[in-house]
Design a protein around this ligand. Structure first.
Ligand code: CAO
Length: 556
């Protein structure tokens, strides 16, 4: 059987048109009229169908290529039974045009009919923008309205985008003016002569009295018989007064080429480097609108801050349908959990973390704490090891001021703080909250105990105000009441260090001559290694150990 080349036909004079989709694969058996490729200009996208049936032997174009009339699209082996002529024909534009004489787009074809609604005038006048001749197509859908009332349009600006099953095309206005009224809506079907909009022509736009209706001419783009069967399909609208179709040399839209979108949207997507295939479509019949592309870009821009699971430039883990493995529920995260996730991700990705582990001997502290239990009850409060930790950390922050800083975003300065506000991580059913206790260095153990209890209750009752959680210099995350031997807390940026406290356990400690039972509390100090060095971290935890090991130091 004969193999022949199938070539790009005349596309209404459009040159160097971009291939945005290859609709076939080698080995495919196609019928006459089946789409082979989709090409696009800035004004229209159009399918180029096979002019005869056969089996695809080779594809000589790829997505992103630019092509012109006469370029070979495919090699095709003619289907058995096709006429010899059809089997071997090189689909040349003239031949296609001849074969489709009965449906060929009238050349010159009117694109936008504009009619004055008032007698001719050289001052501002109302004009109707009408649906032009669509090559015989009827009931063509408006898929996008590109303007709104009040918009000032320049000659060539797009008014609406129409779409058939084979092509979408922008209908531009061919004079400058202001949109007074829109007579159509998205999704509406229109026919030649329907009014699209009423415009007030700019005062310098004049229209001759003997030309009440202006028909702007366009070249014909009779691609194949299939085109004409599908009515307006291949008519590239390129009105004389409108800007000529431009071909973008930008990168192909990739998977997005299969998305439903008008040429203007595709153009925007290409300019922004957006793969339309990833954009959620909100338009009629699943069409991607300009707004969808804008929302997509906006989301991408915010993503480092928004996405709990995705880091800057780090590919997101693939989405998995877990229901394939068993029953699952899809539960919405609480706002607190979402914010925590964002903060953790940001901190984890931005801060070079190191964790210093140590122990504090709190044997005597516990003896003292128990000794004041009755007094605390009398005061209506309870003293846990945590207020002592707060006090010790406040003193350590004074002793090692390099821990009481934030890094300036300019990368050249640190901000030294001269106040000591410490946040305490509180576990609540709604998620993790970190109320901040102010001026810890100036408060007594009693005051700190009361504030801790009050803040903890407020957090659990969701009564914390934003101000209650701001201004921290350092954070303590205590899992001491739960258990564990150590952990690696994540620095609560813009702070530069956080102390994790684990459950104190009795341990044998060698005193030089014998083992002694000591209540040892594990400390895990995570720090931002840009602000703090390891030696200082080790000194910091040692200092905490000294303060907590002999709480008389806390009053010094
Ligand atoms: N070692 C041993 N026991 C400890 C301890 C430690 N390090 N810390 C506290 N305890 C004991 C307390 O003494 C108390 O026991 P008694 O009643 O016998 O005195 C008991 O544990 C319960 O303490 P608490 O939790 O009520 O009080 P707290 O001051 O230790 O903590 C608060 C208060 C609000 C921090 C706590 O309720 C909380 O939410 N902890 C979880 C914090 C968290 O989730 N951190 C992780 C953040 S990162 O994901």
């Amino acid at each position: 059987m004969a193999t022949s080349n199938m070539m790009i036909p005349d596309m209404g004079g459009a040159q160097s048109v971009e291939v945005i989709e290859i609709c076939v694969a080698v080995g495919d058996v196609v019928d006459e009229g089946d789409s082979i490729i989709v090409v696009e200009t800035d004004k229209a996208s159009m399918e180029i169908p096979a002019s005869s049936a056969g089996t695809i032997k080779a594809i000589l174009l790829k997505e992103g290529d630019t092509c012109s009339m006469g370029d070979v699209m495919i090699e095709i082996e003619a289907a058995h039974g096709d006429s010899a002529d059809a089997q071997v024909i090189d689909v040349k534009a003239e031949e296609v045009a001849a074969a489709t004489a009965e449906v060929e787009v009238v050349s010159p074809a009117p694109v936008l009919a504009v009619k004055e609604s008032e007698p001719a005038s050289s001052v501002e006048s109302e004009r109707l923008a009408l649906v032009p001749d669509l090559g015989g197509a009827t009931d063509v859908e408006i898929i996008e309205i590109s303007v709104k009332v009040g918009d000032e349009l320049s000659d060539g600006d797009s008014l609406v985008v129409l779409e058939t099953d084979k092509a979408s095309m922008e209908i531009p206005v061919n004079f400058a003016g202001t949109v007074l009224e829109l007579k159509v809506a998205e999704g509406q079907k229109v026919n030649v002569g329907d009014t699209i909009a009423v415009l007030m022509a700019a005062s310098n736009e004049t229209i001759k009295a003997d030309e009440p209706v202006t028909q702007v001419k366009a070249p014909s783009v009779a691609v194949t018989a299939q085109v004409s069967k599908a009515a307006v399909a291949q008519k590239v609208v390129s009105p004389a007064k409108a800007p000529a179709p431009k071909v973008s040399a930008a990168a192909p839209v990739g998977a997005g080429s299969a998305a439903h979108a008008g040429p203007a949207v595709r153009m925007l997507a290409r300019e922004l480097g957006v793969d339309l295939g990833q954009v959620s479509a909100t338009g009629p019949r699943g069409r991607v609108l300009k707004e969808d592309v804008q929302v997509f870009v906006k989301q991408k821009m915010l993503q480092p801050a928004l996405s709990a699971g995705q880091g800057v430039g780090i590919e997101q883990p693939p989405a998995i349908d877990f229901s394939q493995f068993g029953e699952v529920d899809h539960i919405k995260m609480s706002k607190i959990k979402r914010i925590t996730a964002q903060n953790m991700t940001r901190s984890w990705l931005n801060v070079p973390h190191v964790t210093q582990f140590d122990h504090a001997d709190i044997t005597e502290l516990e003896v003292f704490r128990k000794s004041i239990k009755a007094e605390a009850e009398k005061k209506g409060t309870k003293v846990t090891p945590l207020p002592f930790m707060l006090k010790a950390c406040a003193m350590a922050l004074r002793e090692f001021p390099q821990f009481n800083v934030s890094l300036d975003n300019d990368g050249e300065h640190i901000i030294q703080k001269h106040y000591v506000h410490i946040g305490v991580a509180v576990d609540t059913p709604a998620g993790l909250m970190v109320p901040v206790i102010r001026d810890v260095d100036k408060k007594s153990i009693w005051q700190l105990s009361e504030e801790l209890i009050a803040m903890g209750a407020k957090a659990k009752d969701k009564k914390l105000m934003p101000a209650d959680m701001q201004g921290g210099c350092f954070t303590i995350s205590s899992l001491g009441s739960i258990g564990g031997t150590a952990f690696t807390p994540i620095v609560n940026t813009p702070e530069v260090a956080i102390l994790g406290v684990s459950k104190a356990e009795m341990q044998p400690r060698w005193n030089g001559s014998e083992f002694e039972p000591k209540l040892m509390m594990p400390l895990s100090l995570s720090y931002d290694h840009r602000a703090v060095n390891g030696a200082d971290a080790a000194r910091f935890t040692q200092y905490l150990g000294k303060l907590l090991g002999d709480i008389r130091h806390l009053v010094m």
